[in-house]
Design a protein around this ligand. Structure first.
Ligand code: A3P
Length: 319
C-alpha cells in the first residue's frame, strides 16, 4: 500500500475510468447509508420526485400534452425553467450535474408529479440516469409521423434563425445522402428523433414496456380530450372532464385551453404557420424512415399496441 495525494489519486482514477466522471444519482432515501447523512432539507417522507416523464421526442405535440395534463387538479408539473423552453432537461443534460437537490427543487407534491423534457427520448444516457433515480416512473412517448416531425423541426430551426439551417438552399438539400458539411448536423437532428425503435430499445433496457404509454400524435392533435382521458386513466387519476376545458380554435388551427369562456392557445412557436412540405421532400423522408417505420410497426404489433393510422399508411405504401 502506498499513500497518494487524494487529488492526484482521483485524477489517476478518472484517467483510468473516464466513463465514471459523471456521477449516477440514485434515490438517497432508498439507501440507509445515504439516508443517515442526508441534509435536513431533504425530507424522505415527502420526496417530490416525478412519477411521470413525458419523453417527447421534440415536435410531436409534447408541449400541448403537458399543458393540457396540468388541467387535472391532482397533477403538478415542474416550475418553468428559464432558457430551456421551460424544460428541466435533467437526464442526459448539463443540469444533471446540478444534483438531486436542484432537481427536487423544481417540483411540488401531487398525486402525479411530472416533467416533460422532449430532449430525453433520443438522448443516449437519459434512460440509464432516469432509471437510476426514478426506476418506477411512468413514461410517455408520442408517436408522430417522423416525416412530419423532421419537417416541423426544420421549420423550428428556421424560425430560430439557426445559422446552418439558413444556409440551406431548400429542405431537400438537407435530405441529400451527403449534404454539405454545414448541413450534416441539421440532417441528423431532423432525422434522429423519428427513429423510434432505435431509441425505444435504449429505454427498454432500463424500464419495462408496462411503464410506457404510447400516444398517437395525430389523435392528440385532433382529439386531445380523449387522449388526456385515457392518459389520466392509465395514471390512476380520478376522472376529469378535459373536454369542457379544451376548445378548438379555428384561427390557431389547434385545440386550446378554455379559460373563462376564452381560448388560451399555446404560444406562436407551437403550431407554426409554414408552407406545406413538397411531395418530393415527403417521398425522400418516407424513404429515409422506411426501415424505422417497419420496425416500429412490427414492435407495436408484437406487443399488441395500437398502431397509428399514419404508420399503417406508411407501411402499406412501402409493401
Ligand atoms: P408545428 O409548430 O411544427 O406545427 P412540441 O411541443 O413537442 O415541440 O411539438 C410542437 C408541435 O405540436 C407543433 O408543431 C404542432 O403541430 C403540435 N401540436 C399538437 N397539438 C397542438 C396544440 N394544441 N397547439 C399547438 N401545437 C400543437
Amino acid at each position: 500500500l502506498k499513500w497518494q495525494d487524494p487529488i492526484k489519486s482521483a485524477q489517476l482514477y478518472f484517467e483510468k475510468f473516464p466513463e465514471e466522471k459523471t456521477p449516477v444519482w440514485t434515490n438517497p432515501c432508498q439507501d440507509p447509508r445515504h439516508q443517515a447523512i442526508l441534509p435536513p432539507t431533504l425530507n424522505c417522507t415527502n420526496m417530490t420526485l416525478p412519477n411521470l416523464l413525458i419523453l417527447g421526442p421534440q415536435k410531436t405535440g409534447s408541449t400541448a400534452l403537458a399543458n393540457f395534463l396540468t388541467l387535472h387538479p391532482n397533477v403538478s408539473q415542474n416550475s418553468p425553467i428559464p432558457g430551456s423552453f421551460e424544460e428541466v432537461q435533467f437526464f442526459g443534460g448539463a443540469n444533471y450535474l446540478k444534483g438531486i437537490d436542484w432537481y427536487l427543487s423544481n417540483f411540488q407534491n401531487a398525486s402525479i408529479i411530472f416533467e416533460k423534457s422532449a430532449t430525453y427520448f433520443d438522448n443516449p444516457v437519459a434512460p440509464k440516469q432516469a432509471s437510476s433515480l426514478i426506476p418506477n416512473t411512468k413514461l410517455v412517448v408520442i408517436l408522430q409521423n417522423p416525416t412530419q416531425r423532421a419537417y416541423s423541426w426544420f421549420q423550428h430551426l428556421l424560425a430560430h434563425k439557426d445559422p446552418s439551417a439558413l444556409t440551406a438552399a431548400s429542405f431537400s438539400e438537407i435530405l441529400e445522402e451527403n449534404p454539405p458539411e454545414t448541413l450534416r448536423k441539421i440532417r441528423q437532428r431532423c432525422i434522429s428523433g423519428g427513429r423510434y425503435v432505435h431509441h425505444l430499445g435504449k429505454w427498454l433496457e432500463h424500464f419495462s414496456l408496462a411503464q410506457i404509454m404510447f400516444i398517437d400524435a395525430d389523435e392528440l392533435r385532433d382529439e386531445p380530450a380523449r387522449v388526456l382521458t385515457a392518459l389520466a386513466k392509465w395514471l390512476d387519476l380520478p376522472d376529469f372532464p378535459f373536454e369542457t376545458h379544451l376548445r378548438y380554435s379555428p384561427s390557431k388551427g389547434f385545440h386550446c385551453r378554455l379559460i373563462e369562456g376564452k381560448t388560451k392557445c399555446l404560444g406562436e412557436s407551437k403550431g407554426r404557420k409554414y408552407p406545406k412540405m413538397s411531395d418530393v421532400e415527403r417521398e425522400k423522408l418516407d424513404k429515409i424512415f422506411g426501415l424505422d417505420n417497419s420496425a416500429l410497426y412490427k414492435f407495436l404489433r408484437k406487443n399488441r399496441l395500437k398502431i397509428p393510422n399514419w404508420l399503417e399508411e406508411s407501411v402499406r405504401i412501402r409493401a
